[in-house]
Design a binder for this molecule. Structure first.
Ligand SMILES: Nc1ncnc2c1ncn2[C@@H]1O[C@H](COP(=O)(O)OP(=O)(O)OP(=O)(O)O)[C@@H](O)[C@H]1O
Ligand SMILES: [Mg+2]
Length: 331
């Protein structure tokens, strides 16, 4: 029988120690979430056509509609016409811009590079238990999200330093490896932004401008991987946290999801029990992933978080970071 943290379910899988990270375990069944009422538009791809599917369909159809018809050959039977022949229809069309996702600037990124400042990125050791645990978390998360048609997940913790940024970044990297997927990761911890450092990316990012609606995703975000767009903040901004309450924030995020065509968005948020930012942001997400620190998070803290979240959002699961050896089923 494995030892378990107080307050954590007994059937939760755990993952043993990795080379780079300390123990990391998934706790709280991502799949055991109460249904949240009827969901619309979930089965579009199977039963109907979603907006994104429609756009893709329209793009595929566009060249065919613009191309000269097969009957056009009969027009060539009048070579003596004095007027210049009409240009092909395609030449008259304005050049089409790439879609917003493709316009997000790509930046150099190497998970294997040695950078003292950077958080441990488990992708560097794909076969390590820690990397496997993030892949397992990703798969369970995707199953849960897909089943409910959700795509926005807040990542937070009871207290600072539990590993929220560490978990959000590594989970996003794992999500971004799913072929054909698009993942968004945003640093919404205005109190203590840490994602740029975690990824080892220099940034002049200002997410308060983005959330107030004055910049667009393609101007504000960068792509360390073709399938991963990150919104970074260069410095702390205590006032900007007020934006998380605002209507412009809701509109900016809706536009971001629509225009990017992202499958999943992860938001790195400040600790639940230390600031009200996360509570203010809950209306913008479908669910919350709570990171607990196996070395110091208490059952009372987890209970306080659950109480705070209850009635506002769904708790997707509790991730046990820095888990003990005994928390691993591999032992
Ligand atoms: N499983 C782990 N193994 C090794 N190092 C870890 C692990 N989890 C977190 N850390 C390290 O602990 C430190 C704090 O982690 P992180 O920045 O993710 O915490 P946080 O919850 O985001 O803190 P804050 O709330 O202040 O933003 C970082 O240096 C990170 O590299
Ligand atoms: Mg952090």
């Amino acid at each position: 029988m494995q030892a378990r943290r107080p307050g954590l379910a007994a059937d939760q899988p755990a993952i043993a120690e990795g080379r780079v990270v300390k123990h990391f375990a998934i706790s709280g069944a991502c799949g055991a979430i109460p249904a949240r009422g009827p969901l619309t538009g979930l089965e579009d791809d199977e039963d109907g056509m979603s907006e994104q599917s429609f756009k893709r369909f329209r793009r595929r159809r566009a060249p065919a509609a613009a191309a000269p018809s097969a009957d056009g050959g009969t027009v060539a039977a009048e070579p003596q016409q004095k007027t210049a022949p009409a240009a092909p229809p395609q030449a008259q069309l304005p050049a089409r811009l790439p879609e917003p996702w493709d316009r997000i600037r790509q930046v150099p990124f190497d998970t294997g590079a040695e950078q003292a400042e950077r958080l441990p990125l488990v992708s560097r050791f794909r076969t390590s238990p820690a990397a496997k645990s993030f892949d397992l978390l990703r798969t369970r998360l995707l199953h849960s999200l897909k089943a409910r048609g959700w795509n926005r997940v807040a990542v937070t913790a009871p207290a600072a330093g539990c590993g929220t940024t560490f978990s959000a970044v590594n989970l996003a990297l794992s999500l971004a490896r799913v072929p054909g997927s698009r993942t968004i990761l945003m640093d919404l911890n205005f109190r203590c932004p840490g994602m740029a450092r975690a990824l080892g990316i220099e940034t002049q990012g200002d997410l308060s401008a983005f959330l107030s609606g004055s910049t667009r995703i393609e101007d504000q975000f960068v792509r360390p991987l073709p399938s991963l767009a990150v919104g970074l903040n260069r410095s702390a901004d205590q006032d900007a946290a007020e934006l998380l309450h605002s209507g412009s924030c809701a509109e900016a995020l809706d536009a971001m999801m629509l225009r990017s065509g992202a499958d999943t968005a992860l938001f790195d948020l400040p600790p639940v029990l230390e600031h009200d930012d996360t509570a203010a942001f809950l209306p913008q997400v479908d669910a919350v992933l709570l990171i607990s620190d196996g070395t110091r998070t208490t059952a009372a803290q987890l209970a306080a978080c659950e109480k705070m979240l209850a009635g506002h959002t769904e708790l997707l699961g509790v991730v046990l970071n820095r888990a003990r050896d005994t928390d691993s089923p591999l032992n």
